[in-house]
Design a protein around this ligand. Structure first.
Ligand code: C2O
Ligand code: CU
Ligand code: CU
Length: 356
């Protein structure tokens, strides 16, 4: 590329020397990194993280999937044939110039899925796994379907939920992911289902063939073992997200690369209380923490949603809402937390912490 960048592995639980935020890749040069994967199966992604260039480089196309498998995911016999019944689906709204080029300034009003407008997914009438990323700069995805076939959440940001959770719609903030299992066995060739974003058809599932009579898939009862930890006596930290005179801030400050805001201890757990202190008319903030995974243990305005009942690294916090997160510090170094609305992030809604 002709400009500098950094690549962050969003969802990989790695030390900060390879997290990407602080490893600048100069224009027209390269960087080689070796990453050690020591985390359960999950759907992660990568995107640039250069202050001032994150939003533009993502919009111009620098982002992609990372899929992690492990012994557990393989033993579950889930649909796992990439592009056949295991389908990556990334949503990214974009704006276009009058001659159909990606624009950085035009309103982002076109739903782009895997790089295409209103794509068709051809599959047979089996169980299909959709790995969904909200890769939008600033759009909250409100997804629904034109049919009522069975749909189950099987994984959140950082891996499997304990048991499949039935849903008929879902909401994802920027940066959030889910894996969804869809039962298409009631359909026959020629049947079509619409995937809707804010009630508009944005993607079509087309049944183009039928499985043979021997086809049998059994939804697993259990996807992973979850250890419940007690939150009693854990230290807490407070974070307040707010627009101050049009500037997005965390705890009243904007991002400073040279300032360390919080110090944590490797191998420990803490409760983060994160508040969206904007008024009710304002926007939700999708809050993301690098280098850790967390469980959402409490929301004060709405219930913890079905697609939030697993290991997470990003959480949508609505205006006036307070969310409690049980955060596990398993990786070492200097990390950031920030709003994943990329314009807010770049305007300073980001802080730093160290884990040593
Ligand atoms: Cu997906 Cu710090 O970002
Ligand atoms: Cu990240
Ligand atoms: Cu924000």
């Amino acid at each position: 590329m002709e400009e500098e960048t950094t690549i962050h592995w969003h969802g990989l639980l790695v030390d900060s020397d390879v997290d990407g935020v602080f490893q600048t890749i100069d224009a027209n040069s390269s960087l080689e990194q070796t990453l050690k994967i020591r985390q359960p199966a999950s759907t992660a992604w990568y995107h640039p993280h250069t202050m001032g260039k994150t939003a533009s480089q993502v919009i111009e196309g620098l982002a992609g999937f990372i899929i992690i498998d492990d012994a557990n995911s393989e033993s579950l016999n889930l649909p796992s044939e990439y592009g056949v019944n295991d389908i990556p689906v990334v949503f990214q709204r974009k704006g276009f110039t009058s001659d159909n080029q990606i624009s950085l300034t035009k309103s982002r009003n076109v739903s782009i899925i895997n790089g295409a407008i209103y794509p068709t997914l051809n599959v047979s009438n089996e169980w299909v796994r959709l790995r969904i990323i909200n890769g939008n700069n600033d759009e909250i995805l409100e997804l629904s379907f034109s049919d009522d076939s069975e749909k189950y959440i099987i994984a959140t940001d950082n891996g499997f939920v304990e048991e499949p959770i039935a849903i008929d719609k879902l909401t994802l903030g920027s940066g959030e992911r889910v894996e969804l299992l869809v039962n298409l066995t009631e359909y026959e060739t020629g049947d079509q289902i619409q995937i809707k974003s804010s009630n508009v058809d944005v993607m079509k599932i087309n049944i183009d063939s039928e499985v043979d009579a021997n086809y049998a898939f059994k939804l697993p009862d259990k996807l992973t073992e979850k250890t419940t930890v007690s939150t009693k006596g854990l230290a807490t930290r407070d974070f307040s997200l707010a627009m101050r005179h049009m500037t997005p801030t965390i705890n009243n400050q904007t991002y400073d690369y040279n300032r360390i805001d919080e110090y944590m201890e490797l191998g420990t757990q803490e409760i983060w209380t994160v508040r969206n202190d904007d008024n009710m008319m304002a926007t939700p903030h999708p809050f993301h923490i690098h280098g850790v995974t967390f469980d959402i243990i409490k929301r004060n305005n709405i219930e913890i949603q079905p697609w939030e009942r697993g290991a997470k690294d990003t959480v949508l916090i609505y205006p006036g809402e307070e969310v409690e997160l049980l955060v596990t510090y398993g990786n070492k170094g200097k990390f950031v937390y920030h709003c994943h609305f990329l314009d807010h992030e770049e305007a300073g809604m980001m802080g730093t912490f160290t884990v040593e």
